[in-house]
Design a protein around this ligand. Sequence first.
Ligand code: ES4
Ligand code: ZN
Length: 324
Amino acid sequence: MDDLIATLPKAELHLHIEGTLEPELAFQLADKNGISLPFASVDAMRAAYDFQDLQSFLDLYYASISVVCTEEDFHELTLAYLKKAASQNVRHTEIFFDPQSHLPREIPFETMLSGITSALKRGETELGISSRLILCFLRHLSAESAQETLQLALPFRDQIIGVGLDSSELGHPPSKFVNVFEEARRHGFRVVCHAGEEGPPEYITEALDLLHAERIDHGVRCMEDPALVERLAAEQIPLTVCPLSNVRLCVFKEMSEHPLKRMLEAGLLVTVNSDDPPYFGGYVNENFTAVQQALNLSRSELIQLARNSFTASFLSEPEKQKLL
Ligand code: ES4
Ligand code: ZN
């Protein structure tokens, strides 16, 4: 099964570039930029990846990214992820970035974007991995702050395929961001939204009906609402599921309780993704292996999941056909 997982061509659709920072690179950049990390060593940093919930992870995630400062740093971070993804036979990736976690550190929008996009170009030419970029608004911040961020992105509209919504879900429903998503859609951005990770199934419905999300990130709590499952299946709304993330953030106690297999059986268009790989214990293949073993997925279910990842992508139909 591990051979099949390793050799299947895959697309990754739920990956935060800030969340790919490996402790080794974090210490290297901290040293270079003269910034101190609250850990004595790489091992101590890794040992701190023990989370009670989404917020305890986010606190560490936002603190750690402070070492990524220059265009070159963003380039190095992104290229390291692309190399890892390519080594796991990921052929296409749609990457989130969080401008609002860098703007307060006085990093210009153009600096982060140039560092990331120049690495994505090298990914295409040197590694054969195609990519798209999705700007995520931080939902614990205000709608006004999201609006300001969108304005910064408008001159770079051609380099960013869509917008999403991430960070602390509870208490920050999609409805808070109706206006900014409306404007983003007017400018032609595609729309995705984290919903139903820690938040209730109602947030998934809001993401669909109020933000016009085309894809739901996580969405696992839809399983609490049979009518919603029926709708998601009928409309074939993709759900970008991150199994190791869900277990490490205590959405489910153990992998054997993860609903991924039941989601497939319900006819949902689910995909497997890594979210923030070093924090949660693995890249996309480790996520496939973990669910395969815990849920006893068949070869045909693994193949279905890999196919779904291309179907659910923002590639054009001819591009999908070439990769499938
Ligand atoms: C995230 Cl797992 C998760 N959920 C919400 N927002 C995030 N940002 C980075 N990882
Ligand atoms: Zn995520």
